[in-house]
Write a protein that binds this ligand. Structure first.
Ligand code: GDP
Ligand code: MG
Length: 164
């Protein structure tokens, strides 16, 4: 069966935006269907003839801050258990946060491949230097992307499918 790629990361880094961007038009069709949940979490994605199933582990983030903190770590655990490749999303505008460090600590203990995406790099000029602080997470080379502006996604996907 198809490889599974799980998107993980704390709330508000842009996981759902990235998921919807990679899932393409199929998602909007689902959203237009009455009775179907808005936060769909599975999508079939194809990149350079590599087909995979993408999971947005944050698709159901609800509750208090304390509950969400637990959820972030549970999501990382689910990803470690079910995914073939883990796509760890962070946010250049927020920089490295404690929640990012906690997720990274968990992901570093798995042998599964992890691709570190630094999202919201909307402008090459302004934000490129800021991605270097994400080396602190010790998850490998941070890949600058903008899910919002659809930038850097090809290079990021090249890294993902290289692990299949
Ligand atoms: P999630 O909680 O990780 O699923 O994050 P969302 O996808 O819901 O996005 C959180 C916020 O970040 C929303 O306001 C998005 O519009 C915004 N966002 C997502 N991607 C980008 C991006 O590439 N650039 C900028 N500037 N904002 C983004
Ligand atoms: Mg989300």
């Amino acid at each position: 069966s198809k490889p599974i790629v799980a998107v993980v990361g704390r709330p508000n880094v842009g996981k759902s935006t990235l998921f919807n961007r990679l899932a393409g038009e199929r998602i909007s069709i689902v959203q237009d269907t009455p009775g179907v949940t808005r936060d769909r979490i599975y999508a079939d994605v194809e990149w350079l003839n590599h087909k995979f199933t993408l999971i947005d582990t944050g698709g159901m983030e609800i509750g208090s801050e304390e509950i969400i903190q637990k959820q972030i770590l549970q999501q990382a655990e689910i990803a470690i258990e079910t995914a073939d490749v883990i796509l760890f999303v962070t946010d250049v505008k927020a920089g490295v946060t404690d929640d990012d460090r906690q997720v990274a600590n968990k992901l570093r203990r798995t042998k599964k491949p992890v691709v570190l995406a630094v999202n919201k790099v909307d402008s090459v000029k302004r934000d490129t230097m800021d991605i270097y602080e994400f080396y602190e997470l010790a998850i490998g080379d941070p890949m600058p992307i903008s899910a919002g502006q659809a930038l850097g996604l090809g290079d990021m996907l090249d890294q993902v499918v290289a692990h299949f």
